[in-house]
Design a protein. Structure first.
Length: 160
């Protein structure tokens, strides 16, 4: 059973394929509350721990934003960053259908489709950031520039 839990996720396979160095952290997760709860549980710094948010623009296109776990997405700044008039958060019940991932296991790497991705520019001040690994109980730790490279993201100030 433990062997299955520690299997490589799609995100990890994509990083391997692109020869991007990363570390994996597996942890027990019976119930996902939020990223702050997980960081506290694992004694990890909040500043370098990031969450992935999925939005839908007025145009009908989906956009992905990677921001620090303690911050909120500025919908106005985010919409401007992707050239939309406005954006709104995708409802939790729709995340799997849009991305292929579940809440708490959603990462910008390896979604069903490569959506336009923006990473909060604060990520660039760290050598490594912590993101979801693509499954509950899995984290990927990598250089933010590598995340930008593999997701073809841009870095912008997008938080409140």
């Amino acid at each position: 059973m433990a062997k299955d839990k520690n299997q490589k996720t799609n995100a990890m396979r994509i990083l391997d394929k692109n020869k991007i160095s990363y570390k994996v952290n597996y942890y027990e997760c019976d119930e996902f509350i939020d990223g702050v709860h997980i960081a506290d549980m694992l004694s990890q710094p909040h500043e370098s721990s990031f969450k992935t948010l999925v939005t839908k623009g007025k145009s009908g296109e989906y956009f992905v934003f990677v921001i620090p776990i303690e911050k909120e997405l500025s919908l106005k700044a985010a919409a401007k960053a992707v050239g939309e008039k406005s954006i709104e958060m995708v409802h939790v019940k729709d995340i799997r259908a849009v991305t292929g991932y579940i809440r708490g296991g959603c990462t910008s790497i390896g979604m069903k489709k490569q959506f336009s991705t923006v990473i909060d520019s604060s990520a660039l001040s760290f050598d490594e950031i912590i993101i979801s690994g693509g499954a509950l109980g899995t984290q990927i730790i990598l250089n933010p520039n590598d995340l930008i490279k593999v997701t073809r993201a841009t870095a912008r100030e997008i938080t409140i």
